[in-house]
Design a protein around this ligand. Structure first.
Ligand code: HEM
Length: 280
């Protein structure tokens, strides 16, 4: 299937270029918006740019889904593939299987789009598909990518260089993890220099994990009731657990008013495979 091969291609390309993908970026936001109409969606580009909206929606299938015939359920995979194809110039769509790992969801969708309205249109039309009509939304997170705030070449040159030099060298990730984060007023009212210091500690603690964890950050303050959507891909869940433990023990953690709740762990699969798995 075409989307599957694109994803696999992406995964292998990303494995060698994590530093580029995960530094959240380069192209000036203004220039990008001026040319928005001319932009088509290219995975490795949209995933590295600032000013890109991310919408993550968790779905729970209703009992009615299981009462439908197997043929009808399987047919939904083709219907969703057609919808993704229809919107391919407007949104990048990824599906993840959470059934068996989470209570409140069976799968989730992540949309990346230059225009939030286009993401909304896709999600609205998805809700009209056979599978979409048979699901309840258990959570929706909205955010936007931005250039680095702290670990920049100017403000933290050594750490910036270390982050750029570190590369992912693990196997193609099989798992994605989404963790919503909200920080307290005490954090936001700290002097910038103090926040920089705390984020430098964060970067030092996380650097060793860049070889086996890929990350992406969306800023949500004002767009949602959280401050960040953090998104990770890995094939090494034990390393990810150790990474979270290490972040739990640094002072920044005193400022978290939400850190997960829910943490969503899903398998990275093509949309077709996700829907087929839910149809069996
Ligand atoms: C490979 C692992 C990781 C690396 C290399 C990493 C590195 C970084 C860096 C360099 C920043 C600063 C971005 C800036 O300058 O604006 C950052 C921000 C952030 N990271 Fe991580 N991180 C990792 C894992 C995690 C994990 C597991 C979490 C847990 C949810 C997390 C949550 C965050 C949040 C919420 C921010 C934004 C904080 C703020 O702006 O106040 N990171 N990360």
């Amino acid at each position: 299937m075409r989307r599957l091969s694109i994803r696999n291609l992406h995964v292998s390309l990303v494995a060698g270029t994590i530093a580029v993908i995960m530094t959240f970026q380069t192209t000036p936001v203004v220039a990008q918006h001026l040319t928005m109409d001319a932009i088509t969606i290219e995975r490795s580009t949209i995933l590295t740019q600032p000013g890109v909206f991310g919408v993550v929606t968790m779905f729970k299938l209703r009992p009615e889904w299981n009462k439908m015939s197997a043929t009808e359920r399987m047919g939904s995979a083709a219907e969703v593939a057609k919808l993704i194809e229809k919107h391919k110039d407007n949104v990048l769509v990824d599906l993840y299987l959470t059934r068996g790992l989470k209570t409140n969801s069976d799968f989730f969708i992540r949309i990346n789009a230059y225009d939030l309205a286009k993401a909304q249109t896709f999600m609205r039309e998805f809700r009209s598909t056979t599978i979409g009509k048979n699901t309840d939304v258990s959570d929706t997170l909205v955010g936007v990518t931005k250039p680095l705030n702290y670990i920049t070449k100017e403000k933290s040159p050594n750490l910036n260089a270390s982050l750029s030099a570190a590369t992912y060298d693990g196997d193609a990730p099989r798992y994605a993890i989404v963790i919503p984060v909200k920080k307290s007023a005490a954090w936001w009212t700290l002097p910038f220099e103090q926040r920089l210091k705390e984020m430098e500690t964060h970067a030092v603690s996380t650097l060793p994990y860049m070889t086996n964890v890929k990350r992406k950050l969306y800023h949500s303050t004002g767009l949602d009731d959280i401050d960040f959507i953090t998104y990770f891909e890995t094939n090494d869940l034990l390393a990810f657990h150790n990474l979270m433990t290490s972040l739990a023990s640094i002072p920044e953690n005193n400022y978290h008013v939400r850190w997960g709740d829910p943490t969503t762990l899903g398998s990275i699969l093509s949309p077709e495979k996700v829907i087929k798995a839910l149809s069996e």
